[in-house]
Ligand binder design. Structure first.
Ligand code: ATP
Ligand code: MG
Length: 464
């Protein structure tokens, strides 16, 4: 369902314009960027809202809080400074300003000095975040109303203010914490900290939820490829447990069916073979003649066909996998099907061993090589490569090949081109059907192409 919907949206996308088209493109972009794993996706689903929420809250709160607190603090400092300036103007009897300095330090925590009336220095450099500068300047302008100079940058812990009075320059040092909301980072630390804790909890829970799903997937894959299924405990959420139970039930049903079919086939083949053997014995007792010879060939043909049908019907589904030496198996098949006495050349690259069903896989290779040998003019080659988790086998010949429009049909059971081509080739038309069955049971693919030798190239690719 999902893929169908996805495909439709992708196909019709170019026709749409405007907002809808943009949305489709965005959705496609998002789909491509999203991780494919369930674990990563669930984490994103949990984390994105947390991060967005925290970012918005932090931004709104911080901005307002920070600005307001800075304004209040600056206003308080500036009113202290304004009071001191007033005192300085109104009570000139305090000639060395000792009282003024004492009151400033003890009651207002300000360090003040009265300097000779020299001009104010050039404006100090502005800091990157200019809020404090702006707020302080604004307050000084409205509350004091005299020429002033502010430096919030030069000292790490203090802010310096100078105010030009008619007869003096009044210098004030304020500690930074008095003017400025500087402890907001604690708030951020708390937020990041709690987010990390949340994340850790989410990871722990999600892992436990996803592990059983992965186990079911692994078991289904093993079962499909005929490997022994590792036993697993069914746990997790209700739906996951349901899927696990359903898989177990399906598995035992399939196993039961395979067993029934195999027993039945064994019975049928045994009965038919007995009859054929009796035939052959009776033929041996008859006098040699052309008719008898022809009959004997027919019986042999019947025997061979019977084997073919049985092999196809059995499908080797019940066979279990084993680690086999693929290179050696290819050599054996090539030798058994030597072309006019000369063995078929085999090249092999990469890891020799692979997990395969030995009988089924050998039958598949034999079918392909027999086909190639039957149709080749003079050359058949087999080349294989097993690397990067993929086993690829090419069987090439220099025969007539198969036209592209027939390449699907030849895989159908009992479908033969030889009859149409008027070739006198005895065959049942099951060879490629069996080969494809075997390859699919291994989770692989089989493909027909033009061969560099001029005939047909059959390519088998199997993961693992
Ligand atoms: N290498 C090949 N070159 C040309 N034609 C081929 C080749 N392999 C298969 N074919 C064609 O594909 C058809 C189907 O092949 P398949 O192996 O399924 O059946 P078969 O060879 O006729 O019978 P069987 O393999 O059961 O004895 C054949 O009839 C044959 O014409
Ligand atoms: Mg064949």
């Amino acid at each position: 369902m999902a893929t169908l919907a996805d495909n439709t949206s992708v196909e019709t996308a170019p026709e749409r314009g405007g907002l809808r088209g943009a949305y489709t493109r965005f959705a496609r972009f998002l789909r491509r960027q999203m991780p494919t794993g369930l674990f990563a996706r669930s984490l994103i689903i949990i984390i994105t809202p947390i991060v967005v929420l925290q970012a918005v809250v932090a931004f709104v709160f911080m901005e307002r809080h920070w600005e307001m607190v800075t304004r209040r603090l600056s206003a308080a400092v500036v009113s202290d400074v304004a009071a001191l300036v007033d005192v300085l103007g109104t009570y000139p009897q305090d000639s060395d300003y000792a009282e003024l300095q004492r009151i400033a330090l003890e009651d207002m925590r300000l360090v003040v000095r009265v300097l000779p009336p020299e001009p104010l220095p050039a404006p100090a450099p502005k800091p990157f975040i200019a809020l404090l500068d702006l707020v302080l300047s604004e307050e000084l302008r409205t509350r004091v109303g005299l020429p002033f100079w502010v430096d919030t940058v030069s000292r790490p812990n203090a802010v310096e203010i100078r105010i030009r009075l008619p007869e003096h320059v009044f210098q004030v040092f304020v500690s930074r914490g008095q003017t400025y909301a500087s402890n907001s980072h604690i708030f951020i630390l708390w937020m990041v900290g709690t987010s990390l804790v949340l994340l850790a909890i989410a990871i722990a829970f999600l892992r436990n939820q996803i592990r059983p799903i992965l186990k079911i997937a692994a078991a289904a894959e093993d079962f499909g490829k005929g490997r022994p299924v590792r036993p697993f405990k069914i746990r997790g959420a209700r739906e996951v447990r349901q899927a696990g139970h359903a898989f177990g039930a399906m598995r035992s049903r399939i196993e039961r069916q395979i067993e029934q079919r195999t027993t039945m086939l064994a019975g049928v083949s045994h009965d038919l073979r007995t009859v054929l053997t009796r035939f052959r014995l009776q033929l041996a007792l008859l006098e040699e003649s052309n008719d008898v010879e022809a009959l004997r060939r027919d019986v042999d043909d019947m025997n061979r066909m019977l084997e073919g049908y049985l092999a196809f019907a059995r499908g080797d589904a019940g066979e279990s996998t084993a680690r086999i030496d693929v290179a050696a198996m290819l050599e054996t098949v090539a030798q058994e099907n030597a072309l006019d006495g000369a063995p078929v050349p085999v090249t092999f690259a990469g890891e020799r061993f692979a997990l395969l069903r030995p009988l089924g896989f050998k039958r598949c290779l034999t079918n392909l090589v027999v086909n190639a040998r039957r149709h080749a003019k003079s050359r058949v080659t087999v080349s294989a490569d097993h690397s990067a988790g993929c086993l690829t086998i090419h069987v090439d010949d220099d025969g007539p090949g198969i036209p592209p429009e027939e390449r699907d049909a030849v895989f159908r059971p009992f479908y033969r081109l030889d009859e149409a081509r008027n070739l006198d080739q005895s065959g049942t038309g099951l060879g490629l059907a069996i080969a494809r069955d075997v390859v699919r049971v291994h989770g692989g693919e089989i493909r027909l192409d033009d061969s560099p030798l001029g005939g047909l190239r059959v390519t088998v690719t199997i993961p693992g």
